[in-house]
Design a protein around this ligand. Structure first.
Ligand code: FAD
Length: 327
């Protein structure tokens, strides 16, 4: 049996990790009793606030040699950044020729400023114009731990980008009142391990990624693809075999995922520079690009980075390295 997040209808707690993971499921429907589930393997795909991760780190800390810090608790880090995610429907811009053209195009546009940016592109077969922003996190101060999303105010959002160009002002003016949702952006330090016994973490539970490289969910998908390969090659479902297969998954995935986490953060730092020598240098690089020269400070658009991201076949890597890692 494979434990999947959809089956974790309520809270997951008091998990044991080996030989076979056992956890308590509390159904959302309060009339249904909580019950224990034992599985051959359990995946913690429960996001940035993962309680599977917390339970795993607690267990590691309890087992740790107190003279080493290898399993010290990994706190979620405040990035001081938040994001609006906005959709503008084609009907809302039907009288605006410039925005209609943007919606019809295959162009991705990024507008950047000090500590802020907006990236925008059409989705859903050019019927929706998708905007994702980053700005200083000032709206969550009173609710730091309670929630990572909140309904935002359109006026506050427009104020954040008030010094951006007239096209941005027009775009934001079309955002429906009441449709502004703001996300708190969080990351954490790399974990000492993604695997304990027959339990493994994936996705934001183990590698939350700033959205500046559009790779958070993409890397979670790669996790899933590699997990499928290693499980398909399991010789049996004995806990020792499951554990070794999960460690093979971790070995294929961990270095790459954390490299992209760091690259996304670095790209954000470059995009959000304020006045000074570093910004002048970055802007020189953008200018050189117009002549087709040099690296792209916006890593998401850099051809070498795109090759690294999209040219890598994680399934092939898992298939080719499985025997070596499983041994
Ligand atoms: C503004 C913004 C823009 C982004 N843009 C992109 C992008 O362009 N491209 C990209 O690839 N990524 C992007 N991301 C990142 C992407 O959203 C995440 O990386 C991705 O959602 C992670 O998937 P996940 O399944 O690991 O976690 P989540 O999507 O967080 O899913 C975890 C699930 O587990 C459930 N859960 C948690 N605890 C429990 C429990 N105890 N019991 C039952 N269920 C539980 C949650 O309800 C949730 O449904 C963006 C993120 C943000 C905030």
């Amino acid at each position: 049996m494979v434990g999947h997040r959809a089956s974790l209808a309520g809270n997951l707690y008091q998990a044991t990790f080996s030989p076979r993971p056992t956890f308590t499921v509390t159904p959302r429907d309060a009339s249904q009793p909580a019950h224990d589930v034992t599985a051959d393997v359990l995946f913690g795909a429960d996001g940035i606030k993962s309680i599977t991760r917390a339970a795993m780190l607690d267990e590691l800390a309890a087992d740790a040699d107190p003279t080493t810090a290898a399993t010290a608790a990994v706190a979620v880090k405040d990035t001081q950044q938040a994001a609006y995610r906005i959709m503008i429907h084609q009907d809302q811009v039907k009288h605006d020729a410039e925005l209609r053209a943007l919606l019809a195009s295959n162009q991705v546009i990024r507008w950047i400023g000090h500590k802020r940016h907006i990236i925008a592109y059409p989705v859903s077969q050019h019927t929706l114009y998708n905007l994702s922003t980053t700005q200083p996190d000032s709206n969550f101060a009173a609710a730091t731990n309670a929630t990572y999303t909140t309904r935002g105010s359109k006026a506050a959002m427009r104020e954040v980008f008030a010094d951006f160009c007239p096209l941005v002002q027009r775009l934001l003016s079309y955002v429906p009142e009441g449709d502004v949702c703001e996300w708190k952006l969080r990351v954490h330090e790399p974990l000492p391990t993604w695997v304990l016994g027959s339990v493994a973490l994936l996705g934001d539970a183990c590698h939350p990624t700033l959205p500046h490289l559009a790779q958070g969910a993409a890397q979670a998908v790669e996790d899933g693809a590699v997990i499928a390969v290693v499980l398909a090659r399991l010789p049996n479902t004995e806990p020792a075999s499951v554990h070794r297969a999960l460690k093979a998954y971790e070995q294929v995935r961990k270095t790459r995922a954390y490299a992209l986490v760091e690259m996304a953060a670095a790209s954000g730092r470059a995009l959000h520079l304020g006045d000074g020598a570093a910004k002048a240098e970055r802007d020189k690089q953008f200018a050189a690009l117009r002549q087709g020269q040099g690296p792209v400070p916006d890593k998401w658009a850099d051809a070498d980075v795109q090759r690294e991201i999209y040219g890598f076949d994680c399934i092939q890597e898992a298939e080719e390295r499985f025997d070596e890692y499983f041994a």
